[in-house]
Design a protein. Structure first.
Length: 454
């Protein structure tokens, strides 16, 4: 039977889409088409007062709440069956204060919006690698990407936030105001409230030297052995993630390489002047393709968007990795080449450098001693391949677990609820205390959930 949301449409100013409405199926669609959820309603909140009204409505009517920013969450945690989706997409405004090198970003903005707005002023914020990702979910989970080694995680660049709490009240938080909440937001996920505004420190970058250097998949052991030693010793400005991938079937890739399974490193260095380290990296081995070129950062940071549109089948898992012994390389060279579909991939994001020089307890992100964040992603548009991509991603990540750090990255977790404590590592107990202070009834539980401390 349908859950009643009578009175919701008059409680919020924004559009409300209820089950049965003509645009309901479009409104409830998830980025990961492997997951299907049927919320009672979706409220498109136009300001923080709307968010507060939606939170109060849901708590008064006993509805579970899911919060949707960009909607990219792999586990579909931006939606909830028979509950209320608070959709923040109308809250997508961005203000850049160029002299102060600051950007204020609405909770519903996408990475590509932020990149474009800051780029006009010769600035950027380090974010993830897909432009259609939401700023909110990425930041609250941590935020790894091309620039992490030089500029830290996305959350490391957060300096203030506006948060709607479980009781519908609105607070401003930063290092001085509500400092425990501010600490928890930087890696603790959506457990503590709905963030309607983020304020970020910006960095002066306009152009990057970036692109993939790709090798025959038979060279994977040699490339990965070299990479694991080279990268941690390289200057922070040089970022590069090792990957197994299939070459996309279109430009700018040459026709003869289309759909070929390869390995390689996807490099990024701010500026147009090639560093000695990047020159050395490009000279390694016998690449099939060296795609490095100067490119405006927003163009580079959205280069994979067309390959991964909303509506594909996704199965992904993440692991934090401190070192890559020869035994782990053997696992990678066994499972990487078995990618079941051309969109399936494995990436090892470099998260040392600047990100590693922050104390483990300085923010909620508790993996400062990790050198890589690995993602194992089975992807395909065809539901018929869902089993194959799931089985590959699971078996690959299971095989690498003995060489990983025990907790996965919350933004890359799909169906492993027993690992939640590990995702937050040594900071879990403090997070549980902050949860008890700000959300004692666990109103915000459609997430990688932290239970309030007793």
């Amino acid at each position: 039977m349908a859950v009643s949301v009578e009175g919701l449409a008059s409680a919020v100013k924004g559009r409300v889409v209820e089950a049965g409405a003509p645009d309901y199926d479009e409104a409830r669609a998830l980025y990961n088409a492997m997951i299907d959820k049927r919320p009672a309603a979706i409220a498109y909140c136009v300001d923080e007062a709307d968010v507060a009204a939606a939170v109060r409505y849901a708590t008064e009517h006993g509805l579970r709440i899911a919060v949707r920013g960009g909607g990219h969450n792999g586990a579909g945690l931006g939606s909830v069956d028979d509950g209320l989706v608070i959709d923040l997409t109308p809250l997508n405004g961005i203000e850049v204060d160029a002299p102060a090198k600051m950007a204020r970003v609405g909770g519903g903005a996408l990475l590509k919006d932020l990149l474009d707005a800051t780029h006009e002023h010769g600035l950027t914020v380090p974010v993830g690698i897909i432009g259609t990702t939401g700023v909110g979910g990425l930041t609250l989970g941590g935020g790894m990407g091309h620039l992490t080694r030089g500029m830290g995680l996305t959350s490391d660049n957060l300096v203030a936030a506006t948060v709607v709490l479980a009781d519908g009240s609105v607070v401003q938080t930063d290092a001085e105001r509500e400092p425990e909440l501010f600490w928890a937001l930087r890696g603790g996920g959506g457990n503590f409230g709905v963030v309607t505004s983020f304020s970020f420190r910006c960095h002066p970058v306009t152009t990057v030297l970036a692109g993939p250097v790709l090798y025959d998949i038979g060279d994977a052991a040699e490339v990965l052995t070299w990479y694991r030693d080279f990268l941690p010793a390289a200057p922070d400005e040089v970022g590069g993630f090792f990957a197994f991938l299939s070459i996309p079937p279109g430009p700018p890739f040459p026709d003869e390489l289309h759909l070929r399974k390869v390995c390689g490193v996807v490099w990024t260095q701010p500026g147009e002047e090639e560093s000695d380290a990047l020159r050395e990296a490009r000279s390694f081995g016998n690449p099939l393709l060296d795609g490095i070129a100067p490119v405006p950062l927003p163009a580079w940071n959205t280069a994979f968007d067309a390959v991964y549109p909303a509506g594909d089948q996704w199965y992904w898992r993440g692991e934090f990795i401190r070192e890559i012994p020869d035994e782990a390389i053997a696992v990678h060279t066994e499972y990487g080449p078995q990618m079941p579909t051309w969109k399936s991939t494995m990436h090892l994001y470099a998260i040392d450098g600047a990100a590693s020089r922050i104390a483990n307890d300085a923010t909620a992100w508790s993996y400062r001693d990790a050198v890589w964040g690995g993602v194992f992603a089975g992807v395909d548009p065809d539901p018929a391949n869902a089993g194959a991509i799931r089985d590959w991603a699971r078996s690959y990540s299971d095989a690498i677990k003995p060489y990983a750090m025990g907790g996965g990255y919350s933004n890359f977790a799909l169906d492993e609820p027993d690992r939640v404590r590990g995702m937050y590592g040594s900071n879990y107990d403090r997070l549980a205390r902050v949860k008890a202070q700000y959300d004692p009834d666990n109103v915000f539980r459609v997430n990688q959930n932290i239970q309030p401390a007793a």
